[in-house]
Design a protein around this ligand. Structure first.
Ligand code: GLA
Ligand code: ZN
Length: 680
């Protein structure tokens, strides 16, 4: 397995985070202390310039980066590298005053007032011009600086703009998508319904809140367009930097389970994937271990976007955040655990928001490495410093990659379409949760899945699960058929293959696009259950007898024309006795269909069977323990993470534990919130 370090000039992992010295330019004493403390905490990188526009250019046309250059040089002399951001995530007042088109319009089409951040119009020509001038100047000044690691494009790109410029861009985008043929669009959006036919592209509005928002094809295309628009903005920034001489890699910081844009589209236009990880720890509805699994899922989603290199955890909170309904401090030990989880899943960085707390304004109470007290002996500082030391101890792992053989399909437009469909129940569609529950089931068996899109390359995988794959992109039916024919294990569920990429129902039975043959069945009805409704299925054993029963919740499909083997049947309701889980032998592989919603651990036999068919070894882990593996050229690194507060023992572990240097053979004892990195 080839290893691929992101930054050969840095030894081991990156440890650091957002740093805003521009807020402290009148306090050289504080800036000096910051560097001293950073070194003490093993911090070797900072991210600067994220929101620095009004310092870079206090008055239009008067750009100076001298403050930044001085600090960057000094940091570099002290062994601290810089991730440099373009400052486009927030705008100075003078800019909005003179160029109001930079301000976004809301879903009623009304222009925002100046303020806050992450709210520029991605298509405003005036804003683009100011960005071009700023980014060119930045690149001209800093490209090639020995301390510069990479370019951080804007910040947490998100949201939609309903201004007139964006409206026109949307119309052009639609014209391109539908070959400048309005009848193609009418057909795709089924506009004869409710008499909503368009005669020309310029009649089409964005889905204004008080306008057309019931044409589902329009709603979906609007989200696709907005993804394109944000990507176009991001590309504009990248091209500008490149045009001015920047050669360093680029990234933009993604967000967890982000809804607004299809990251699977955006990912191809940046060099490195990074994301901001803000767990809601120690909450009152789930265990820490369950919260950790949600993090893992996100790490897997981002890792899988570029499998040939590590990803970056660009932000995370030392201590706590300040923007959740409840803001709880990480309990002792959690900082190490949750930071090491990023590394375990394939990140080569542990980065924070932020190094030092802002003295004022809305984030003055957000966690930071250095608190207002200004000392290096706080609990948070000491935990950060310990992690810094531990990252050094395991620095040989940096660059190692994951190599997973199981994947879960997660398409953004499928997510959007399921939520927007006038079907099922309003509050229990839970596509994301369903994907996560399958991920968790594999994790409990010590097998980590990747999270991929239906359009990505599947050739690395032996098992693919595609729960609720409501939207089938062009060619995906055939891709699934090929995958199974060639020996793959493919699992799908209720609400799969109902519509094509335009959201038109597949005719001739679900799942459509040839998949009925692959699964050996057709689905005739999907029934929605109230939370109080009770039904269950009986799992059939090898001798053909019911062995145990498992509850059904939310959705149950009535299948017909079933030629597949039946692995479970419904116990009650009007579907009693009908097939509920099936297995179809197809070519060299098997296609499994789960026609109703169950707890994944109630159907664990199915996951075990797929793993056995695929020849993938698994061992049930103790509850609350995660295992992840990173592969280097000549070594494998197994990370064990204990999300429980109590100690646990893991069996069948052998190798050298890197953090303690001890040999492990047989059992590994993990302390509460403990971490072990076992080299094989
Ligand atoms: C986001 C932003 C940061 C900061 C943090 C606070 O991730 O990118 O600027 O506001 O949230 O948690
Ligand atoms: Zn706009």
């Amino acid at each position: 397995m080839k290893t691929n370090k992101l930054f050969p000039q840095v030894e081991g992992f990156l440890h650091g985070g957002d740093y805003n010295p521009e807020q402290w330019l009148d306090r050289p004493d504080i800036l000096k202390k910051d560097i001293e403390y950073m070194k003490e905490a093993g911090i070797n990188t900072v991210t600067m310039g994220v929101f620095s526009w009004s310092v870079h250019e206090p008055v239009e046309g008067q750009i100076s980066f001298d403050w930044l250059a001085e600090i960057m040089d000094e940091l570099y002399e002290n062994g601290i590298y810089t991730v440099l951001a373009t400052p486009t995530g927030a705008r100075p007042a003078w800019l909005d005053e003179k160029y109001p088109s930079a301000m976004r319009c809301d879903e009623m089409g009304v222009r925002n007032h100046h303020g806050v951040r992450h709210n520029h119009c991605m298509q405003s020509p005036e804003y683009r011009e100011k960005v071009r001038i700023m980014d060119s100047a930045l690149a001209e000044r800093f490209a090639g600086h020995p301390g510069l690691l990479m370019w951080h494009i804007s910040n947490e790109l998100g949201g939609y703009c309903y201004c007139d410029t964006c409206r026109k861009k949307f119309q052009q985008w639609l014209a391109d998508r539908y070959d400048h043929d309005i009848e193609k669009l009418n057909k795709a959006w089924w506009t004869t319904f409710w008499s909503h036919k368009f005669n020309s592209f310029d009649q089409i509005d964005p889905p204004y809140k008080n306008g057309e928002n019931c044409v589902l094809g329009l709603n979906l295309d609007w989200k696709r367009f907005s993804t394109w628009s944000a990507t176009d903005f991001m590309k504009f920034e990248i091209d500008t930097l490149r045009g001015a001489g920047a050669t360093e890699p680029t990234t933009t910081n993604f967000m967890e389970m982000f809804y607004d844009y299809d990251y699977h589209y955006m990912k191809d236009f940046i060099d490195v994937i990074s994301w901001d990880n803000y767990p809601e720890l120690h909450n009152n509805w789930q265990t820490d271990a369950d919260q950790l699994l949600e993090r893992s899922f996100n790490h897997a989603l981002f890792r899988s976007m570029k499998k040939d290199k590590p990803f970056m955890m660009m932000e995370s909170a030392p201590g706590l955040v300040n923007w959740r309904p409840f803001n709880k401090y990480r309990r002792p030990g959690m900082h190490e655990l949750i930071s090491m989880q990023a590394v375990a899943t394939g990140s080569d960085t542990v980065q924070y928001f932020q190094i030092r707390k802002s003295r004022g304004s809305s984030e003055q109470w957000h966690g930071a490495v250095i608190d207002h007290i200004g000392t290096n002996d706080t609990r948070v500082f000491k935990e950060v410093a310990k992690l810094g030391a531990d990252l050094k101890t395991i620095s040989e792992v940096a660059g190692a990659l994951s190599d997973n053989k199981v994947a879960i399909l997660f398409d953004w437009d499928n997510r959007w379409a399921i939520d927007d469909a006038w079907a099922l129940a309003k509050d229990t569609k839970n596509f994301d949760k369903t994907c996560m529950s399958i991920y968790n089931e594999f994790m409990s068996l010590g097998v980590e899945p990747d999270i991929i899109s239906s359009d990505m390359d599947w050739s690395d995988y032996k098992i693919i699960c595609a729960p609720m794959l409501y939207v089938l992109h062009d060619g995906v039916g055939e891709k699934i058929a090929d995958f199974v024919r060639n020996g793959g294990q493919f699992m799908s569920t209720y609400f799969t293959g109902y519509v094509n990429k335009d959201l038109l129902a597949n005719l001739g039975g679900f799942p459509g696009d040839g998949l009925s043959q692959v699964f050996g069945l057709r689905s005739e009805e999907i029934d929605t259950l109230y939370p109080e409704d009770k039904n269950s299925i009986s799992i059939i054993d090898k001798a053909g007898k019911p062995s145990y029963s498992a509850p059904v919740s939310d959705y149950q499909e009535l299948l017909r024309d079933v030629t597949a083997e039946v692995l479970a049947r419904y116990d009650g309701d009007y579907v009693a006795g009908k097939p509920a889980i099936t297995r179809n032998s197809y070519g060299e592989g098997f296609a499994y269909y789960v026609a109703c919603r169950t707890n994944q651990n109630d159907i664990e036999f199915l996951y075990r069977e797929m793993l056995e068919h695929a020849g993938i070894a698994y061992t049930k882990l103790p509850v609350g323990v995660e295992k992840h593996t990173r592969f280097a050229e000549d070594a494998k690194y197994d990370f064990y993470l204990n999300g429980n507060t109590e100690d646990v023992t893991v069996k069948d572990v052998a190798g050298v534990e890197l953090l303690t240097g001890e040999n492990v053979s047989g059992t590994l004892v993990l302390k509460g919130y403990g971490v072990a990195v076992v080299k094989r």
